[in-house]
Design a protein. Structure first.
Length: 190
């Protein structure tokens, strides 16, 4: 879609038509084919109608979690010996991910001690503090260590917030105790 008068900025995609060479001078991140100025990159169109110049400011690249980063994620699914998590916050770099990135937690990376089942240790919707051990999507996570594990959870029966009682989680509403959860020492509700 060519540039119209009065329209100064908008998001453009590579190859999108920005105008014609007779009307504008092409600047950064543009190229010309057959007299038509097109965008080279995804970004914000910067057009100066008075000076007859057009360019594109490149959009910032997504900042992915790196190996060693500490992240917060929500448990979204289970499959055999794997737990799927949606990474929504990077504590190491103080970044919020929207939409979240997919994280995978293998049963061998949950704890230093033996874990029989992933479902015993985590529940749907639990907020987990974990460390990234692989820097490529889907990100492999680990909860080994006292500061890693569940930091916020709700009772699967009544959806009341679970409270930490010693080494276990306890529901004050339905009086149920959850003993096998991998709880972080940074659990939010005491």
């Amino acid at each position: 879609m060519p540039l119209e008068m009065g329209l100064k900025t908008r998001i453009v995609l590579p190859g999108e038509e920005l105008g014609v060479i007779e009307e504008f001078i092409p600047l950064r991140n543009t190229y010309v084919t057959n007299g038509v100025i097109r965008a080279k990159v995804v970004g914000a169109l910067q057009a100066d109608v008075l000076r007859h110049e057009v360019g594109v400011d490149e959009a910032r690249r997504a900042i992915l979690p790196r190996e060693g980063d500490v992240v917060y994620a929500i448990v979204s699914g289970f499959r055999d010996v794997i737990c799927y998590l949606d990474i929504y916050y990077n504590e190491s770099r103080n970044l919020v991910y929207a939409p979240p990135y997919r994280g995978v937690l293998h049963i061998s990376e949950i704890s230093s001690s033996r874990v029989r089942s992933v479902i015993e240790v985590f529940g749907y919707g639990d907020v987990v503090r974990a460390r990234v051990i692989s820097g490529k999507p889907p990100f492999l996570l680990s909860t080994k260590g006292f500061e890693f594990g569940v930091v916020y959870a709700k009772c699967p029966r009544c959806m009341n917030i679970l409270r930490k009682r010693g080494l276990w989680l306890y529901c004050s509403n339905c009086r149920r105790v959850y003993r096998r959860r991998k709880i972080s020492r940074l659990y939010m509700v005491k």
